[in-house]
Unconditional design. Structure first.
Length: 285
């Protein structure tokens, strides 16, 4: 066999290797999902948004809840019998209001128990989806986030603050139009969050007395949109939080790593750390 033949075989194997690796990872993912479904007797749905990078320019491009996600999740819910619980694993910064509301309403309509698992974070629209569940199970260090509407990169509440603090004659027409849209956006979000919290489901654990307080805390823009709501604060608000995720959830997340684009920013030996005992120091006294 000539050198060129060997070189051709090498090129062929190198080109097939990424495809084979993807098939292996996908097979491991499906096996892990099936195992979790059999263990819990549920339909497991994952929505995991990692930050991707465009390979040519290296520009960070954040993924978020979009219409394609809502189509896929709604299809999974339709394929789930009404008496089968749904377990939704969330890892997301949020996304489109339309897609989020479609998924949340479908979760509300599902008759069996809906549980949302949050290993790391479910911000903005992710928090809305969590509120559509009967139970929210979080890692002790995981966070939720406010759901106040954003107009582009500007919080709707901040636009209203400008209108409140300045005389109308000093405000341009475009700002007044934006303020009108901001009022509508806040009212729409508050109405939707109230519908989520007042859903009459037997498993629902939200005290009706806490609903107004939750809406005030999450929708009025009293904190920044990226404010992390810790487990303790979420429980104080009255959300149905359970702390402690099954080990299988963490194992599943390991199968959805951040795509490697070079040197990892975090690295460690993946095993329980056993510190070495300090050497004894001879007494010189």
């Amino acid at each position: 066999m000539s050198f060129f033949d060997l070189f051709g075989i090498f090129i062929l194997i190198s080109s097939l290797q990424p495809v084979i690796q993807r098939r292996i990872v996908e097979s491991r993912r499906l096996a892990a999902i099936r195992a979790l479904e059999q263990q819990r007797g549920s339909r497991v749905i994952l929505m995991i948004h990692r930050q991707e990078s465009i390979s040519l320019l290296g520009i960070p491009l954040s993924r978020f809840i979009n219409i394609e996600d809502s189509e896929q999740v709604l299809r999974a819910i339709r394929l789930t019998p009404p008496d089968v619980p749904i377990d939704l694993i969330l890892h997301t910064p949020g996304g489109l209001v339309l897609a989020t509301e479609q998924i949340a309403r479908a979760l509300l309509r599902h008759r069996a128990k809906v549980t949302v698992f949050i290993p790391h974070y479910a911000m903005s629209g992710g928090t809305m989806l969590a509120m559509a569940a009967d139970e929210i199970v979080m890692d002790e260090n995981a966070v939720l986030g406010p759901v106040d509407p954003q107009l582009g990169n500007t919080p709707a509440a901040s636009v209203l603050r400008v209108v409140e603090d300045k005389p109308v004659g000093d405000i341009d027409d475009q700002t007044l139009i934006t303020a009108d849209i901001a009022r509508k956006a806040i009212r729409q979000v508050q109405r939707f969050v109230r519908a989520l919290l007042e859903d009459e489901v037997p498993q629902q654990k939200i005290n009706p007395e806490n609903i107004d307080r939750i809406i005030e805390a999450l929708t009025t823009g009293r904190v920044t949109h990226d404010y992390p709501i810790l487990v303790e604060e979420a429980k104080e608000l009255g959300l149905p939080i359970t702390v402690g995720l099954p080990l299988e959830i963490y194992n599943l997340m390991e199968l959805y790593p951040q795509p490697m684009t070079g040197r990892p920013s975090v690295q460690y030996i993946p095993m329980p750390y056993q510190p070495r005992p300090l050497p004894e120091v001879a007494d010189t006294k």
